[in-house]
Design a protein around this ligand. Structure first.
Ligand code: MN
Ligand code: MN
Length: 310
């Protein structure tokens, strides 16, 4: 069963499969989020969560992101990563799964100590109020306003350069965005639209935007190139076949290619065959919390596909 991305409405069977995927995904996400505490290895959590998605009969839509403290997004374990969860701070667990290209994308934040609990709550509140506005005919701006107002009225600040996004078949970021601050212009929501909504929240004294820091840990295929290098050729073939244009990470290729991989991925970015996504860090190094769910717009109201109760 493959969906036609140009079609607006899913049939009953596809809808049911999508809902089941969302339920399974949020069950895995919530149970791994509950197990996040100081000294647990990041590699264990991301690999365990990815394994659970596959055990459910689903594919990964992107590597599990586990981003700590001022790192807002796009951290995943690299081969041999010994990083552990700190004793104090905020952890974001962001996971993606798909079935025949039907993608769900959701994230939870965990406060490791009391002083960050409110920050996490505000991110969740912002998501809840945004989802209520996900009705056919509403403008994206109204959704952004709900996010912005919830965050600011609680005394916090949204991350202005991270956004929610439309999801289409095999396309995680399908162009139309849901900013966490209201902007002009206007896509109007329609029945059958699927969006990931993801408020990111920081403290009021923070700069309130993220910057890329360090080498990318997450990658996606950009275009085919000619190369004589055997490993480069192998990598490109493998990626095209297995991940299509969905994001992947070095850990996944390392299993097949081992140390021969070396810095092939960075080289392929330079040669414009791949896109690299470095970790995104709050510009003033302040703590960031995120909540995300994938939502289906229907005339009966929004369906929160990944909203399984924690
Ligand atoms: Mn996500
Ligand atoms: Mn997302």
């Amino acid at each position: 069963m493959a969906l036609d991305p140009t079609r607006i409405k899913m049939d009953e069977e596809e809808m049911e499969a999508y809902i089941k995927l969302g339920e399974y995904h949020s069950h895995v996400l919530n149970s791994f989020a509950r197990n996040i505490k100081g000294n647990v290895k990041v590699a264990e959590l991301v690999e365990g969560s990815e394994r659970s998605i596959k055990e459910g009969g689903y594919e990964l839509a992107f590597p599990t992101n586990l981003s700590i403290n001022e790192v807002a997004a796009h951290y995943t374990a690299y081969p041999g990563d010994e990083t552990s969860i700190p004793e104090s701070g905020v952890v974001k667990l962001d996971m993606g799964a798909h079935l025949n290209g039907m993608i769900v994308d959701a994230a939870r934040s965990i406060a490791l100590n009391e002083k960050y609990e409110e920050l996490v709550h505000v991110a969740k509140d912002a998501l809840d109020s945004a989802i209520k506005r996900m009705l056919p005919g509403n403008k994206i701006r109204e959704v952004s306003e709900a996010i912005y107002n919830t965050i600011v009225s609680a005394g916090y600040k949204p991350i202005q350069n991270l956004t929610g996004h439309k999801i289409e078949i095999y396309v995680l970021h399908a162009g139309t965005e849901i900013p966490n601050v209201p902007v002009r212009g206007g896509y109007r929501l329609k029945e059958g639209d699927i969006f990931a909504i993801e408020p990111f929240v920081t403290f009021p004294e923070a700069k309130g935007y993220v910057v890329p820091v360090g080498d990318p840990l997450i990658f996606s295929f950009r275009k085919k190139i000619r190369t004589r290098d055997e490993i480069e050729r192998k990598v490109i073939r493998l990626i095209e076949k297995k991940y299509n244009r969905l994001p992947f990470c070095e850990r996944w290729l390392f299993k097949e290619l081992g140390h021969r991989l070396n810095n092939t991925l960075l080289r392929l970015i330079e040669r414009r065959a791949l896109i690299g996504y470095p970790p995104l860090v709050e510009a003033s190094r302040k703590m960031v919390a995120q909540y995300e769910d994938t939502v289906l717009v229907t005339s009966d109201g929004p369906i929160r596909l990944t909203g399984g109760t924690p």
